[in-house]
Every structure is written in C-alpha cells, then in structure tokens.
Design a protein around this ligand. Structure first.
Ligand SMILES: Cc1cc2nc3c(=O)[nH]c(=O)nc-3n(C[C@H](O)[C@H](O)[C@H](O)COP(=O)(O)OP(=O)(O)OC[C@H]3O[C@@H](n4cnc5c(N)ncnc54)[C@H](O)[C@@H]3O)c2cc1C
Length: 391
C-alpha cells in the first residue's frame, strides 16, 4: 500500500469496484480498501438484477447467471395470483462471483485492491488532501488521497464522519431475512412476490429461483410496521406455511434503505455512492445496478476533477447533479409509490388480484397493476406510468 493516491475508495461492493474501475480507466491512481477478507463474501442479497441495468455498465458474463427470468407472479393474501410476462429479461446472479469479477475488472484497469483493510477515520490536511486512517495487517497506517469515495454500504460511517446526516426514519428501512432454500418446487424461470400484511407488513416476500430446485426466499418488513416481531420470525412462519419441505441452506439478515438519496452526495474531496448514499430503488429494494451506475458517474467525475486540479464540492457536484437528474428523479417517483403501497391492506391486495383473474400474462402489464393500486390517489398515476414505461 502506497502512502498517497489520487482516489481512495472505501468498500469493495458493486459501487466501489465500479467507481474504482472508471476512475482508473480515466487515468488517475486508485486504491480500493475492503474490510472483509474476501470481495463478494458474505453475500447479503437476493441477487436479482435486470439485464438492462447491468448491461449499461458492464457486459454480462454467463458465469454470473444462476437463473434467467422472463416471468413474474404476484400472489395475494389468499393465494390468488396474477401472472405477468415482461419484455425485460432479468437474472438471479451468483453475487459472490459477480462482485469478485467486478473487482478483477477494476484490478485489470490498474486499481490497487487490499482486503482486510478497514478505514477507521480521516482528517483533512491544509493542502487539501485527506489523511485516511486504515487498519491493515494488524497495524494502523495513514494513506493520503485527493478524493475519498465512500462506497461502504448501508452501515456507512464515512459520510457520517464527514458531518452528513445519514440517519433513516424507521418507515424508510426494510429489515430483511432470507434463506437459500433447497428442495423447493418452483418454476425456474419465474420470480414470485407475495403481498400481505400478515407475511411481511409494509414489504413483500420474494422467491428468486437459483436453479437445481433452489431459491432465495426472503422478505422485508417495514421498520415502522413490524409489531415487535423480527423479520426472521415472519420468514419462518411464511416458510412453514408455504414451503414446509424446504431445506434452509443459508440464512442471512440485512437492512435496506427505502428512501430517497442523501441530499448531499459530495463535499470537498469526498463523494458518497451506492447504499451509503441510499441509492436504492425504494419500491423494490434493489440497489445493485444503481450502485454501479452511481459508481460509474462518480469514478468519471473524480478522475476529471483530479486532472483539473479542482476537488471542490462545486466541481464534484457534476456527479450529484447527474444522479439527481436521472436515476434520482425516477427514485423519487418510486418513493412516492412505495409510501402509498406500504399502507395498503390485505383487502386492497385481494381486490387487485381479483381484477386480473383469468387474464393472459401477455395482457397484464406491471404498469396496469400499479395504476390500479394507486387508483384512489390520482397524483400517483403519472408516477406509475412514467417509471413502468416499457415494462
Ligand atoms: C436481504 C437483501 C436482499 C437484497 N436483494 C437485492 C436484489 O435482489 N437485487 C438488488 O439489486 N439489490 C438487492 N439488495 C440490495 C443490494 O445488496 C445493495 O443495494 C448493494 O449491495 C449495494 O452495493 P454497495 O456497493 O453500495 O454496498 P455493499 O455491497 O454493501 O458493499 C459495501 C462494502 O463496503 C465494505 N465496508 C464497509 N465499511 C468499510 C470500512 N470502514 N472500510 C473498508 N470497507 C468497508 C463492506 O464490507 C462491503 O463489502 C438486497 C439487500 C438485502 C439486505
């Protein structure tokens, strides 16, 4: 590890590896530090992605794909279901391999990567550099960087250390539990969603196939609606009732921010990306492709700032503005939809399922389902049409 880099990235998830690769490809020196001993492990994710979301950033390697998805099924509380076919292809990935390969691509672009390297704090120097305190190989050292990119996930401490407000309201957090289930009888090309106040209040249950009769089965429970029960209690009850013969091969827990992104994504010499910046789709909880999109934007802007010799907030705001103008704008629409849907009752879910009974999947569009869900709130109909155009 050198004493000084142009850009230092904290965290080796999809956001960090992507930012690192794009910064290095644009001609600056980059160091990426990851706290865990192995990039991509542990996996805390249902691993679902869309083809277009990933392909905007990187070509898809077939080794990443556990299942290819062309169909969706929504289940009502009484187990009526609505089938939807989509023009959009999705995948369930092996994130362990995917995250690892993103880091390999960054390394090939010249990024220096260190695992078991934890960033513990930082201070500003008088000449505008940042002194980053790193615990690595059982000792603490200081590494200087012109720009620090915080890609340190939902539990991010870097943004908070910089004085940025990162706390989340309870209603804007989903507490999640998931098992990798074996011996499940499912359609290997379809993902299933179960919507009910009893199974996952303020969230949903997902069943994402992983091939070989396996699936990621998990759920999110809204922080303000959990009624004192943990996500794992809800999940166990759901599994007992719906997949009584499933083996529970691995169990994971994690939080997902379901809010709009931080109001400040940059400061002088600092950029925040991915889950650390709350750049997650607040309706679905999906954050992989948006973390990578933010990483790409931030990496390119960081390199340009270094070449221009200007690492001020004003210069770095190119990233903040681009995010807010594009994905951030869509995510504010998704947030308004999520705020409405989170409070829907089982009776309302049932009514929607009933309205679509007997229809062929090709005739059911996701946008129609959401338009029906918000029919009593006309101001949201435009949001539903805009964000689901093309589905
Ligand atoms: C249960 C669950 C299911 C999910 N399912 C999906 C899904 O199906 N599809 C989808 O798109 N998204 C899903 N998500 C969300 C998705 O996992 C995240 O949005 C995505 O991983 C964000 O990437 P990131 O790089 O910002 O953060 P992360 O992937 O969390 O990476 C952050 C990295 O920073 C490291 N780090 C933290 N602090 C430090 C430090 N001080 N020093 C050095 N390293 C540090 C961490 O070890 C970690 O490796 C799910 C999340 C959960 C919890």
């Amino acid at each position: 590890m050198k004493d000084r880099y142009d850009v230092l990235i904290v965290g080796g998830g999809p956001a960090g590896s992507t930012a690192a690769r794009f910064a290095a490809q644009n001609g600056v020196s980059v160091c990426l530090l990851e706290r865990d001993r192995e990039i991509g492990v542990p996996v805390r994710c249902a691993e679902g992605v869309s083809d277009t979301g990933i392909r905007k950033i990187i070509d898809i390697n077939p080794n990443w794909i556990a299942a290819t998805i062309k169909r969706f099924r929504f289940h009502s509380p009484t187990k009526k279901y609505v089938d939807v076919s989509s023009n959009e292809i999705g995948y369930v990935f092996y994130r362990r391999i995917f995250d690892h390969d993103l880091a390999v691509e960054a390394a090939k672009s010249g990024v220096e990567i260190f695992t078991k390297a934890t960033v513990c704090g930082f201070t500003k120097t008088e000449d505008g550099f940042t002194n980053v305190l790193v615990r690595y190989e059982n000792r603490e050292r200081t590494v200087q960087a012109k720009i620090v990119i915080a890609a340190d996930g939902i539990e991010s401490r870097i943004a908070r250390m910089a004085g940025i407000r990162t706390n989340l309201a309870l209603k804007d957090i989903e507490s999640c539990a998931q098992v990798l289930a074996g011996n499940v009888d499912i359609d290997p090309g379809r993902i299933d969603f179960y919507l009910s106040e009893k199974w996952s209040p303020g969230g949903y249950v997902w069943v994402f196939p992983k091939g070989n009769r396996m699936a990621n089965i998990g759920l999110g429970v809204n922080g303000s609606m959990a009624k004192g029960r943990s996500a794992s209690e809800y999940l166990n009850e759901f599994l007992d009732q719906n997949f009584p013969n499933a083996s529970r091969l691995t169990t994971i827990y994690g939080g997902v921010p379901v809010t709009t992104n931080l109001s400040r994504l940059v400061e002088d010499g600092l950029m925040i990306i991915g889950d650390a910046a709350h750049q997650v789709n607040p309706l679905t909880g999906g954050g992989i492709s948006s973390a990578m999109a933010a990483g790409k934007m931030a990496g390119i802007v960081a390199a340009d700032a270094i070449h221009c010799g200007d690492i001020s907030r004003k210069k770095l705001c190119t990233y903040e503005n681009e995010w807010n103008r594009t994905i951030g704008k869509d995510y504010r629409r998704f947030y308004r939809l999520k705020e409405w849907i989170r409070n829907m009752t089982d009776k309302e879910f049932e009514e929607i399922a009933s309205a679509f009974q007997g229809m062929a999947p090709t005739d059911v569009k996701i946008s129609s389902i959401f338009r029906m869900a918000v029919k009593n709130k006309p101001s949201l109909i435009v949001d539903a049409i805009k964000v689901f155009a093309g589905f």
